[in-house]
Design a protein around this ligand. Sequence first.
Ligand SMILES: Nc1ccn([C@@H]2O[C@H](COP(=O)(O)OP(=O)(O)OP(=O)(O)O)[C@@H](O)[C@H]2O)c(=O)n1
Ligand SMILES: C[C@](O)(CO)[C@H](O)COP(=O)(O)O
Length: 237
Amino acid sequence: MTITTKFTVVVPAAGIGKRMGADCPKQYLLIAGKSILEHTLNNLLAHPQIGRVIVVLHPDDKQFKQLAIAADKRISVVTGGEERSDSVLAGLNAVDASEPWVLIHDAARPCLHAEDLTKLLKLAEQGEVGGILAAPVRDTMKRANADQLIIKTESRDNLWHALTPQFFPLALLKFALQTAQIQKIAITDEASAIEQYGGQVKIVEGRASNIKVTQPEDLFLATSYLSPLAAIEDKGE
Ligand SMILES: Nc1ccn([C@@H]2O[C@H](COP(=O)(O)OP(=O)(O)OP(=O)(O)O)[C@@H](O)[C@H]2O)c(=O)n1
Ligand SMILES: C[C@](O)(CO)[C@H](O)COP(=O)(O)O
């Protein structure tokens, strides 16, 4: 793969944000005057190796077309499904079948750093094994029973938080997700579909600041990560 290779990203943005409990889907909540979805799309389209973005929208989404970024010719939209994996599959079906690789990145992750995306994309130069951005677990991890009584302390050696983007050969990922759907296996990330039938997935360490905005307190975190001060600190200036 040469550096000029451009990749397509599928951005699942068809969720309703139940856990956020806001009066609109969380991807449309504003941070520094822009929606979370706009921050996410700006980060992707600012990267020289991203050529196209397929945004997967809820069937009732009326907000996306109001955004200025919706006019960007590199963006196309498709309709999502009941589960995130259905939405991802809908997005994959809109990717040109001749493209060897594809990225999946949650609309709800607006703090992706360009350096981490560049690191992940290097997998395409190393062979056929796809991978995911991930952050090492930092807290002690407890397994509890239904009464929330601790039954075990899990080893945190080689334990990672799976993030996105997740980056795989297109045909392989479509096959894995379609197989999981047919077998009615619940899939919460693309890597687990690949693992399900024995495929290999590489961990690429990324910044823990690449959070998924899920609950109200995550908005404060994302706001601080997206602040100009955070950008200066990240450069070590
Ligand atoms: N049927 C779905 C469900 C989720 N997503 C997207 O997948 C990403 C990660 O999902 P999550 O954080 O769970 O978002 P929601 O499903 O909106 O949140 P909740 O589970 O709290 O409703 C989000 O960008 C969301 O918009 C999607 O495209 N289609
Ligand atoms: C894909 C993901 O963001 C990786 O951590 C996560 O699995 C999405 O889970 P959600 O419950 O759909 O937010």
